[in-house]
Design a protein around this ligand. Structure first.
Ligand code: FAD
Length: 319
């Protein structure tokens, strides 16, 4: 079923969903099952699986020189989605990115998904690779998520890249896209960012999932701004509990989000990481309760391999 069909069927009840990361190359599928076995008691209607493009690493050679090599550390997104659907009978939402893909490869990936019976996709641009200053698209690929949304929407109309394909099968993808309550870090301001988000929706995006945030006001203001801008699709809040003191700096560095002062203060006063984890769980549970009371369609938790913490949050949030 499509994500938006799940929203429609929930009749106003807030759903719960989770995002998982593929294991590092050489790891086993069991790591994903171990995470999801813990979380399935909450009956999520869909699970997102992230996509990770290749990264550059520098390998030391016996000569003393370093060799630059591109490796994909977390392959397996599509296989994991199929395995999740098979094992748990829930829908899987693969993330698909522009980075590293030609339009042809994107088309073929979408055909694979379609043939596997996966009809949800979260369409993203992806980030710059390590050692690159900015996002560099594939020479025959897409520069923005907007272009990827357009390609998926075209396939939903039965239009493939090869104009000689007539009466091509119409895919039926439900398309999610990313949104940033604290604006995307490259956007000059929120208005411009929303302008492009609106274009993604006009191109065919069915719903938005937000970047994590730790202050619900950011989410509520963002939703208001979206509605004023004419963006009328469901906006799913993405949440992550803080669990370690060092995340006070690592999360803003990586995700360009702010921590409210009360949370920072509590974390700084905590005697150890166990206490930080409890503060993070309580904070995220309170965020969840307020968002549920506001009637959000779904709470989307970034598990980042820590299912036990997410389970505690979900329990306290009344799921
Ligand atoms: P876009 O929508 O393309 O926006 C990127 C920037 O360009 C923004 O500043 C926007 O304002 C601007 N812009 C957009 N369209 C245009 C245009 N037409 N002209 C000019 N400027 C434009 N990354 C991964 O690699 N794998 C994942 O699995 C993954 N999952 C994610 C899940 C969620 C819920 C979120 C919020 C992010 C995820 N990311 C993932 C990170 C994401 O790839 C980065 O945040 C990336 O920097 C931007 O992606 P986007 O899809 O928002 O890009």
């Amino acid at each position: 079923m499509k994500v938006t069909e799940h929203f429609a069927q929930s009749k106003g009840k807030t759903l719960i969903s989770f995002e998982v990361l593929p294991p590092l190359k050489g790891g086993s599928m069991q790591a994903i099952f171990d995470t999801l076995d813990i979380l399935m008691e909450f009956r999520p209607p869909f699970i997102d699986v992230t996509y990770h493009r290749e990264e550059y690493i520098y390998k030391a050679r016996p000569s003393g020189y370093y060799e630059k090599a591109a490796i994909r550390k977390r392959p397996g997104t599509v296989g994991i989605c199929a395995a999740i659907m098979h094992r748990y009978k829930v829908d899987a939402v693969p993330h698909l990115i522009c980075g590293g893909f030609s339009k042809d490869e994107t088309e073929n990936a979408l055909i694979d998904l379609n043939f596997l019976g996966i009809n949800n996709v979260l369409a993203l641009r992806g980030d710059a690779r390590r050692f690159e200053e900015r996002f560099i698209p594939h020479e025959q690929g897409h520069t923005y998520a907007l272009d990827l949304v357009r390609q998926i929407a075209s396939m939903n109309q039965g239009r493939y890249l090869d104009p000689d394909i007539i009466n091509g099968e119409k895919t039926d993808f439900c398309i999610g896209v990313a949104g940033y309550p604290e604006k995307h870090f490259e956007a000059p301001n929120l208005e411009i960012d929303l302008h492009y988000t609106k274009m993604k929706v006009e191109a065919g995006a069915d719903y938005i999932v937000t970047q994590m945030f730790f202050d619900n006001r950011k989410y509520f203001e963002y939703v208001d701004a979206c509605r004023r801008a004419g963006i009328d699709v469901p906006i799913v809040p993405g949440l992550k509990p803080i669990t370690k003191r060092h995340q006070l700096t690592s999360i803003p560095r990586k995700f360009f989000v702010n921590f409210p002062h009360d949370l920072v203060d509590a974390v700084l006063k905590a005697p150890n990481d166990d206490a930080v984890r409890q503060i993070g769980i309580e904070w995220c549970a309170q965020q969840s309760l307020e968002l549920k009371a506001a009637g959000v369609p779904c709470l989307h938790y970034y598990t980042m391999g820590d299912a036990e913490t997410i389970k505690e949050v979900a329990k306290r949030a009344g799921f």
